[in-house]
Design a protein around this ligand. Sequence first.
Ligand code: FE2
Ligand code: FE2
Length: 414
Amino acid sequence: MDRRRFLKTSGISLMATKLASDAVAATEEPKRKAVSDAFRLLSAPVLLNVAPDRVSVLIAVSAHATGWVEFGETEALGKRSDGEVGGMRPLHNRILRFDITGLKPGKGYFYRIRVCPVIFSNAYRISRGTPVASELFSFRTLNPSAATASFTCWNDTHENRPTLSALTDLLQRNPTDFLVWNGDITNDIHREEQLVGQFIDPAGKPFAASTPLFLGRGNHDVRGRDARHLAEMMTGPDGRYYYAFRQGPLACLVMDTGEDKPDELPVYAGLNNYAAYRTEQARWLADVIKQPWFRKAAFRVAFLHIPLLWEAELPANWATVWGAGIKGWICEDGHQKWHDLLCKGNVDAVISGHTHRHAWFAPRRGRPYAQLIGGGPAADNAIAITGHATSKQLQIDLQNLEGKVVESHLFRRK
Ligand SMILES: [Fe+2]
Ligand SMILES: [Fe+2]
């Protein structure tokens, strides 16, 4: 064999051997590697961003894992979502997310997540362990044509587990169509590893496994070195923190007030541009309020963390809490950019938190919407806000952690 022919043949032969070994590696049953017995689910499922036809479900895991959701209209389930994105089924060491689509409006569904630990040694050495199942839960999709709508709103829970546990118990006793977590969920997001405890398992028990969650960011949730990682795990619909949706007679806006001090403050080192972000939201709001599904709702409520106004005497320490000359208890820029649109859009109430002191500013001439503010993280001033709407009236109650209604406000259809 001449040298040239030898090189050509041996090249082909080497390549063929490599391809053959790849084929074997890819088709042979991977050797079962002991997957740690310590693998476990670190949370109950969290339902996120429910819509008439879809919902996302998240669950926290202790190590690399994949999984799927079984769901159906009866406890027999029968359907399955593998949560694949771009052909890839989930594989993550912290959070798995599954989008369930093709659902029917206002319909009840049962579901269970099955999670399977995965040891990923290399591209062709991947071992699956024994699947672990969540409990069976149920939820209901939104329905724009429903006769009624109900919501629960929490704010400023600030990682206070006893408060979160009590709020969760209240919600379990009186479930609503959805839950809005209206900001200051955290005491800043310093490290990415904190996110599971902060957002997925805040109370050590299921809190959004049956009542779907909508997320609104507060100033503490946009603060901290790893705050930008939140968007990898949890956002509102379409990857944003400002969005709108309709449930029966109620149209809801969730908006993002951002930080509570000016962007140009040296402490932020030039990393913030919430002024532009609020302008972007004003453009979006101008469009939403023109849409028939929004205009035709019997009631309209905006959830946004920092109140747009405070029309009462200021507590003595507030003038110094945020720094001289900074009115950090309100979002002045948001007020300037959104107030006229909220009036034009016939919004009935803006529901906020942030001040850790509940307050009510009734609608008045020049401001046709009410400004309602929830409580703080401590057990003695935490507040669960609930809303119940029909086509004729919207009742908003403020409850303390014992479930006692401390304030009630009734809105008639305008
Ligand atoms: Fe707060
Ligand atoms: Fe706040």
